[in-house]
Design a protein around this ligand. Structure first.
Ligand code: WTA
Length: 704
């Protein structure tokens, strides 16, 4: 039961400067973890955060490494000699696939590793035991090796949510091949540019998959991806195509002779073959995961084997509270970091049974997740605020109809409003489950901010303190610490390295240093980790109790339904339309998806503004990025609001889109255009509200 805790005092600050934004918000009450949960939790030591205090750093993380099975022990916990390119558990030899599969065979061989749930409800669930997983991963590894792929090569995947995806990932991990999975919903072009950046010569895809009641022809994207990569200078020799229904080709796109093969055909020669897991150096790369940032070019976050695996294994055990007996379901997509860390590597390293669902949560109705949970006996559930908001909107009382029982639930990817949190707690969790609100990033491998569920009370809307061994700090623009309880927000950073942190941006060491460290590093030559706080790119505020509240991205990234989209990427997609002269993208609040992009364009002289141009802009976004980048609206404006130096004032557009007062625009080069745009977007009547904008939107474009 929820128990009312003492609300904390929050000093209200009225002075607002660009560096320190006053954040006015109501303190939420605490919810205590149920006794039943506490009694069985993996981590019950109330002194855990002290044990992982900075005074024990980095040796405290030996406990994480001890959760793994090593071929050869490491000699150095943390090597800082190439700061800030941290090396963890140096000297060790290890294999991620061995840790996720082989080592469980004896004890858990007959237990399902994955249970695959197809989107059509008529298709039966498919359970894959650890033994079967071992067989299938070995056969796939044998196939990959047969193609000449070896340790250090990169292979790009463009796969949907099917068991063949983790099987292929683990097969790569077995050989030390670096996998780079591109989210299945990204377009062929987006996949192609990532193939090029990673230098992959092999693309692995699937012919089709189910999404929202339709069988999507996915192979078509592979041809676009290969063409895009080639235009950029990267040849793809082989396209391996999994079949959604083995033996049957469910795509209308022809196979290209000499380049394309069906995985199921090739596998016939590898059935029963065994491939020894390669003992790899701890700091060998495991995978790349591309993510958006300030510029138009996505960056390939490179994660290493031992540090990453140790981090996701320990956090899956202590925060998600996975025991081998649990049935765990994370509804994220493996195409994002959450799926890599907390559907595949973390849960499997803990010998979990991990549910893998192909489709959309609300197909065919908002009761679907709860039916699945009841049928499979899911007791740990993990999803994103967008899914929570959607399920709440479409079926607020659906969970009551089903007899599942969750002990632990997680939310990830976006800030969650206290209202949505409470529905999750009361209705989905039936007031019996703990909730961890886990804040982290693609770059960080695993959780940064979260409660340890049996120890800390929950507070809706706040992720909690730093995870064990993670020491966040909020800095203002000048590098001064913003004290907790001050009510002021700033840039949240992590004081210390941790094993899950990315190793570098693939092929771009400078960008790694610049993006995450430059702002607050005072000595670029320092080999001392204390000089290298990691800048996460989020605004945050810390309450007096030490809990952090994450306000959102500060780097022109829009978080759409938990997916990071760079505004520069969307703008350059718009500019591929020949009629478009200028484009500006702004985030708009959305009741379900959190934020959605709205696009403003100015057309070239002589071009007829009209629906045809708008349609081309929408299509361009779908082709260059994917359907997730589809703007909510596209407005054709007579001119962009600009400063005298010619910069587009995106924050004026953001105010208009979000129905807020635009403020003083008299200093603009063309103040008159603001009213014209406002009338175009909002209609003749003023419909602005005085309510404060959420900080990420208020901050949007401030750096311009
Ligand atoms: C946001 C997803 C509030 C944040 C794991 C971060 C969150 C970005 C939370 C990273 C949370 C993630 N509360 N905001 N619990 N979790 N975010 O790389 O803005 O896809 O910087 O990683 O999502 O998104 P990414």
């Amino acid at each position: 039961m929820a128990r009312k805790g003492k609300p904390q005092e929050v000093t209200e600050v009225t002075e607002v400067s660009e560096a320190q934004i006053a954040v006015h918000w109501k303190e939420e009450e605490y919810y205590q973890p149920p006794e039943r949960f506490k009694a069985q939790a993996n981590m019950r030591d109330p002194r855990i955060l002290e044990k992982f205090g900075l005074d024990t750093f980095p040796d405290c993380f030996k406990e994480y490494a001890a959760m793994l099975t090593w071929f050869e022990p490491y000699h150095t916990v943390l090597d800082t000699s190439d700061a800030p390119f941290w090396k963890w558990f140096v000297g060790g030899k290890i294999n991620a696939c061995y840790n996720c599969v082989d080592r469980h065979l004896e004890k858990y061989g007959n237990k399902p590793a994955f249970i695959f749930v197809a989107e059509p409800e008529t298709e039966p669930d498919v359970a894959i035991t650890y033994k079967e997983l071992y067989e299938r991963v070995n056969a796939m590894a044998s196939l990959l090796r047969g193609l000449g792929l070896k340790t250090g090569d990169r292979v790009t995947f463009h796969m949907p949510m099917v068991p063949e995806l983790p099987i292929t990932m683990l097969a790569c991990a077995r050989l030390g091949i670096i996998h780079s999975q591109v989210f299945g919903g990204f377009s062929g072009q987006a996949c192609g540019s990532r193939i090029h950046d990673s230098g992959s010569r092999v693309l692995i895809t699937m012919d089709s998959y189910w999404r929202n009641g339709g069988l999507v022809d996915h192979k078509a994207n592979a041809d676009i991806a290969v063409r895009t990569a080639k235009d950029l200078g990267q040849e793809v020799d082989k396209v391996l195509v999994w079949q959604r229904y083995p033996g049957k080709y469910s795509s209308k796109t022809p196979m290209v002779a000499g380049r394309d093969s069906f995985v199921n055909d090739l596998l016939k020669d590898h059935k029963g073959r065994k491939v020894d897991p390669v003992p790899l150096p701890s700091e060998g790369p495991l995978f790349l995961m591309y993510s958006s940032g300030t510029t138009g070019k996505p960056k390939g976050a490179q994660h290493g084997i031992a540090g990453y695996l140790a981090y996701v294994t320990a956090t899956s055990k202590w925060i998600l509270d996975i025991h081998p007996e649990d049935v765990y379901w994370c509804m994220a997509d493996i195409g994002w970091i959450t799926g890599h860390s907390y559907i595949v590597y973390g849960p499997l390293a803990n010998a979990a049974t991990s549910v893998l669902y192909e489709g959309v949560p609300t197909f065919p109705d908002a009761g679907r997740p709860w039916r699945i949970a009841e049928r499979l006996g899911v007791n740990i559930f993990h999803t994103a605020p967008t899914a929570i908001r959607m399920l709440r909107k479409l079926g607020p009382q659906e969970p009551r109809k089903y007899k599942y029982r969750f002990k632990s639930m997680t939310t990830v990817g976006e800030p969650i409003e206290p209202e949505a949190w409470r529905w999750y707690y009361n209705e989905v969790g039936k007031r019996e489950a703990v909730i961890t609100d886990t804040w982290w990033l693609t770059e960080t491998g695993g959780f940064l901010g979260t409660t340890v569920p049996a120890i800390h009370p929950m507070k809706p809307g706040s992720c909690g303190p730093g995870a064990p061994g993670i020491h966040p700090i909020i800095y203002d623009e000048t590098g001064a610490e913003v004290p907790k309880g001050s009510g002021k927000a700033g840039n949240i950073c992590i004081r210390n390295p941790w094993p899950g942190i990315m190793q570098t941006i693939w092929g771009d060491r400078d960008r790694y240093v610049k993006t995450y460290f430059s702002k607050y590093n005072k000595n670029a030559k320092s080999k001392d980790w204390r000089d290298w706080p990691f800048m996460c790119g989020d605004g945050a505020v810390q309450a007096a109790d030490g809990y952090f509240r994450i306000l959102g991205r500060i780097d022109d990234v829009i978080n759409v339904a938990g997916h990071r989209l760079g505004t520069k990427e969307i703008e350059s997609a718009c500019l591929t339309v020949p009629e478009v002269a200028e484009a500006a993208v702004v985030p708009v609040q959305d009741e379900v998806k959190g934020r959605v992009p709205e696009v403003y364009i100015a057309v070239k002289p002589g071009v007829q503004p009209g629906q045809a141009v708008i349609d081309r802009v929408i299509k361009a976004n779908e082709e260059v990025i994917g359907k997730i980048a589809r703007p909510k609206h596209v407005y054709i404006v007579p001119d962009m609001p600009k400063t005298r130096s010619g910069k587009i004032m995106r924050r004026v557009l953001a105010a208009i889109s979000n129905r807020r007062d635009v403020g003083d625009v008299t200093t603009l080069a063309n103040p008159d255009v603001v009213e014209q745009i406002r009338a175009l977007v909002q209609g003749k009547d003023t419909v602005t509200t005085q309510e404060a904008l959420p900080e990420d939107i208020a901050q949007f474009g401030q750096t311009e």
